[in-house]
Design a protein around this ligand. Structure first.
Ligand SMILES: [Zn+2]
Length: 559
């Protein structure tokens, strides 16, 4: 069925309030393992229906943020989501406390039990109202960002269209673009500061109500993190600072010479890589045709996947006003249908839709029938699927870029390496902010600038309206919308590089290991998945140093 025809039906809180407690009671009173498993299936059916319809409502809101019906439906799920989560907590407790737990663990695996434990740590009925308030404020931010207009050369446009000029070959154009960006944001400075300040305080309050010192610990639980903690991330951060930052700084400044950049290397120089202009892909029709060919060439499974996506029109990629500005992949589990939203703007980012987002979609397609898929997987695992697919697409880039394919590979690898320090800043900044919830907006901006100087020492923002104040994070939507969802990209990027390096030696073998990893979905923890795929862990000392050296060498062969 085409995605636009998928039936939508609201799942009400009344239904959940009626059915979930009855199921929990059945689990508690069960006299045999099979009875518990049967009750659990009833519950899973409700959850599946709930998430499918909530995802449909969310998707239809993002494709048209002024569609009144779906705005209201989306608000409804935001409103009832916390209540529904609170009811599910009783189910987790019932499973964890079951006298049949050893037999259940044998049937379901131990991992899902650990996930239930962490779910219990991530919320409590005492914070339902705070969670509802948080959802509303996040929605305020999303609406603000979607409606924001930027004036560029006398024309008003959404940020997604404006940022096309950030990749212009002409330096003055790029500067103009960033000036328009800065001025546009500055016009909403008070709102951006106020919304974030409220979010920080709501989140801090929730954490303290639950007995945590601050939001950082709660934030990690909400991300469902089981295989690494704050200490591990602190080690990773040091590895990035020591082994990645100097390499990226050197490569970027060397590249600045190729680009003929005089004087300071500015923030607006960091989006371009290739002299004469970064490679632009062919148009929309060609990109879709190339993706179809590529996935068929990769194998019959990936071929069947892309046919399903295209036959069911599971892409919305045109940029337009009132459409949500980001990109994502979601799925409608009930119909075993992934869906991809993006905002094409004529840059290489358009191709990412067919590699990165499609990497997520392929994983969803593989995993619809995986048994313990109750709480999904860690985001670092999800992003490993997508970011690795970007690299496995390398041999096919001629279909998207013609004779610029080499330039694309160079740009892609350099940009991906450059991302590691940036992603680390986004994460580190949130640690600082939530450990010090009473910082003023000015102090937060100062903290951001300090991190920029440490992790991206090659970049200057001197003289750039608003952005020089340390506000780059205000349009990094994750920081407002999904706290602590970011280091996952850094982790995944290291795994993707490991796959890239492996594929340079043996593409077929590496791709096979990638597909096997993707099919496992969230049934194993990320470090175990890496180990099985023969990839090094970025948490091990020295792992990033070797990776950076090899990637630098690879870049030299591509330049
Ligand atoms: Zn992704």
């Amino acid at each position: 069925m085409k995605v636009c025809e998928l039936p939508y039906e609201r799942v009400t809180i009344e239904e959940i309030q009626e059915k979930v407690p009855a199921i929990v009671k059945a689990i508690r009173e069960a006299g045999a393992v099979d009875e518990i498993l049967a009750a659990r299936e009833d519950l899973r059916a409700i959850i599946k229906r709930f998430y499918t319809n909530a995802s449909l409502a969310s998707m239809r809101y993002t494709i048209n943020t002024v569609d009144e019906f779906y705005v209201a439906e989306n608000e409804y799920y935001d409103e009832i989501g916390p209540q529904a989560s609170a009811l599910l907590q009783d189910y987790y407790k019932a499973m964890l406390e079951s006298p049949f737990r050893p037999q259940l663990e044998e049937k379901l695996g131990k991992l899902v039990f650990r996930q239930w434990e962490i779910e219990l740590k991530s919320m409590s009925p005492a914070i339902i109202e705070d969670m509802q308030e948080e959802n509303k404020v996040v929605m305020e931010y999303s609406k603000l960002m979607a409606s924001m207009e930027f004036e560029f050369r006398g024309e008003k446009m959404p940020r997604t269209l404006l940022m096309k000029y950030a990749k212009d070959d002409d330096r003055a154009t790029r500067r103009e673009c960033y000036e328009a960006l800065g001025k546009g944001l500055q016009a909403h400075a008070a709102e951006l500061d106020d919304i974030f300040d409220r979010l920080v305080h709501i989140r801090d309050r929730m954490a303290r109500k639950m007995g945590y010192k601050n939001f950082v610990e709660l934030g990690y639980y909400r991300m469902g993190r089981l295989s690494y903690d704050q200490d591990t991330i602190a080690v990773l951060r040091e590895n990035i600072l020591k082994d990645i930052v100097p390499v990226v700084a050197r490569l970027r400044l060397e590249n600045a010479k190729r680009l003929g950049i005089d004087g300071d290397y500015m923030l607006y120089d960091n989006d371009v890589v290739i002299p004469g202009g970064d490679p632009k892909p062919f148009g929309k029709a060609e990109i879709f045709a190339a993706a179809k060919e590529m996935y068929h060439a990769m194998g019959p499974e990936t071929g069947a996947f892309i046919d399903l996506m295209m036959d069911n029109e599971a892409f919305d990629v045109d940029s337009r006003q009132n459409k949500w500005g980001g990109g994502y992949c979601t799925e409608f589990e009930l119909y075993k249908q992934p869906f991809i939203l993006a905002n094409f703007n004529g840059t290489a980012a358009d191709v990412d839709v067919m590699t990165h987002e499609a990497g997520h979609a392929l994983n969803a397609y593989f995993c619809f029938d995986n048994e313990p898929f109750e709480l999904g997987m860690g985001m670092e695992t999800a992003e490993t699927h997508s970011m690795s697919m970007e690299f496995f697409s390398w041999p096919y880039m001629g279909k998207f870029f013609g004779d610029k394919e080499r330039d694309y590979r160079f740009m892609h690898a350099l940009d991906s390496l450059t991302f590691l320090p940036y992603g680390t800043i986004v994460d580190y900044f949130q640690h600082i902010v939530y450990e010090n919830p009473d910082m003023t907006p000015a102090e937060r901006k100062e903290a951001w600038n300090k991190l920029e100087a440490e992790f991206r020492p090659w970049i200057s923002t001197k003289g750039m309206p608003y952005l020089e104040e340390g506000t780059r994070w205000q349009y990094q939507m994750h920081i407002y919308e999904s706290p602590f969802y970011y280091i996952d990209y850094v982790l995944a990027q290291t795994a993707a590089f490991a796959f890239l390096l492996a594929s340079q030696e043996d593409y077929e073998g590496a791709f096979k290991r990638y597909i096997a990893l993707s099919k496992k979905g969230g049934t194993e923890l990320w470090p175990d998945l890496l180990k099985e795929a023969g990839l090094p862990s970025p948490f091990e000392p020295g792992a990033l140093k070797e990776m950076a050296e090899k990637v630098e060498k690879l870049l030299k062969t591509l330049a």
